[in-house]
Design a protein around this ligand. Structure first.
Ligand code: PHE
Length: 452
């Protein structure tokens, strides 16, 4: 039975919701473009290793905090604290995550809005409204405002309904849809000339690049973003897991789904880039970097679909619906993070909290949209290169250094009797204590050096 604050009703409900949070534009847009500009399979190889050895342990730390506290991020961390100082530290970590989840949503909503606009464009064109379709693809201020607002409304609609009726129900509907669309698109792209070259480039590793610092840093940053780490999001999703569940295997399954979908997205996007190249579009610069950068998804791919007539319109529609669906299951997890805090700590009614917080985040989106050249990149850097690593590192320090080993074990034993004899228990506590904070600190310092 679900408790009063809400709980996922089933194991599959949690897995799909958490995988829904993890799988997003980071997987389908970020991962393939990073892979293409970082030597193909060498990046994939490093990414897989880092995802399981560093991101998964940090991800488990956040899930565990939430499952233990059965509350929003701040309250959960404070339940683990003993002294006043620790409680203050808990507030900074939990609230920091909530702020960064909200900031990520403010720019994520803009990007997702763009995806939506590209999804409706072929439909509008097909029914004959050419001038509206032209307006939709030109990234004007009004277009961005309208579609960001649409996307935020969808996110709000789901979050207002709560954990089971909103998050769980919609994740169960949208995640299978996402996987189906992805597979259909991969099959289609594979039938086109040039795709096999892309496949080769994707799967042929250039191992000489494996130890390049830039590649390592990008791969770790990507893994953290992809698993939604350092935003208190997994703390709150962890808090909705029943004490009967085996947290370690749930976390591993979500990580596995997340990396698998990133891998599948690579099978779609990279061959599609080579198909475009085959048709004469310049994709790669002489040094192997992407000419259009990450925005390739909004320029090269639509151009590719455009040249394919009616089939192209169907493919374009399917592709951008896929992007929108992926973004939506992530954005609901971002909005849930501040909403659950407002509901539990300040006794807001859920609907009201969702509306107010949604409106505030949308206002931030409006500010970003109005100065998109300067502010979009800045918001991305602040949230993903500063915010996420810092909060993730502090959360690991909390679990590794403040929480007592015996208490951690007790929490892990719920739903997993005998965990004390497992390999996980032999390794993981050291990981969160030493390895994760150090690795995150190294990445962070690298980011700092790069931005100076
Ligand atoms: N993991 C999501 C993605 O890959 C993004 C995300 C970040 C979601 C932080 C929630 C919190 O797109």
């Amino acid at each position: 039975m679900a408790n009063a604050r809400g709980e996922f009703s089933s194991r599959i409900g949690f897995i799909l919701a958490a995988a829904g949070s993890a799988v997003g534009l980071g997987n389908i847009w970020g991962f393939p473009t990073q892979t293409a500009s970082n030597g193909g399979a060498a990046f994939v190889f490093v990414y897989l290793i880092l995802a399981f050895t560093l991101a998964y342990p940090a991800f488990m730390a956040e899930l565990l905090i939430g499952r233990y506290g059965q509350a929003n991020a701040v309250t959960s961390l404070q339940k683990m604290s003993k002294t006043l100082l620790q409680k203050r530290f808990a507030f900074i970590v939990g609230f920091g995550g909530i702020i960064f989840a909200s900031l990520i949503l403010s720019f994520y909503g803009i990007l997702a809005g763009q995806m939506m606009s590209f999804a409706v464009e072929p439909v509008i064109r097909t029914i004959g409204f050419e001038s509206i379709a032209d307006w939709v693809v030109v990234g004007s201020l009004s277009r961005n405002l309208l579609f960001t607002a649409f996307f935020m409304c969808l996110t709000l609609y789901i979050i207002k309904k709560g954990v089971q009726e909103g998050i769980e129900k919609w994740s169960k509907r949208l995640m299978p849809l996402l996987i189906m669309l992805l597979i259909c698109l991969i099959i289609y792209v594979f039938t086109l000339d040039g795709a096999s070259l892309g496949l080769k480039a994707y799967l042929n590793p250039d191992f000489s690049r494996v130890l390049e610092p830039n590649l390592l840093i990008s791969a770790l940053g990507q893994a953290f973003f992809s698993l939604s780490i350092g935003t208190s999001t997994m703390v709150i999703y962890g808090s909705y897991i029943s004490k009967k569940e085996n947290l370690i295997s749930l976390g591993a399954q979500v990580t596995l789904i997340d990396v698998s979908i990133a891998f599948l997205a690579g099978l779609l996007i990279i061959p599609a880039m080579y198909v475009a190249q085959h048709q004469g579009v310049a994709i790669f610069a002489a040094d192997g970097s992407l000419i259009a950068g990450p925005s390739m998804v909004l320029t090269v791919l639509p151009a590719l679909f455009d040249g394919m007539g009616v089939v192209g319109s169907v493919v374009a529609f399917t592709f951008f619906v896929l992007m929108t669906v992926a973004a939506l299951t992530s954005s609901i997890s971002m909005l849930e993070t501040p909403v659950s805090y407002a509901v539990e700590r300040h006794n807001f009614e859920r609907k009201k909290a969702s509306m107010i917080i949604g409106a505030v985040i949308f206002m931030i989106s409006v500010i970003i949209i109005s100065n998109i050249e300067e502010l979009l990149g800045l918001a991305i850097v602040i949230a993903t290169e500063y915010g996420q690593p810092i909060v993730a590192m502090l959360a690991c320090i909390f679990v590794g250094w403040i929480w007592h080993r015996s208490e951690i074990l007790k929490e892990l034993q719920q739903g997993n009797a005998g965990v004390e004899h497992s390999l996980f228990w032999k390794i993981w506590p050291w990981y969160v204590k030493f390895v994760c904070p150090t690795a995150i600190a190294i990445v962070f310092i690298h980011f700092l050096n790069r931005s100076i």
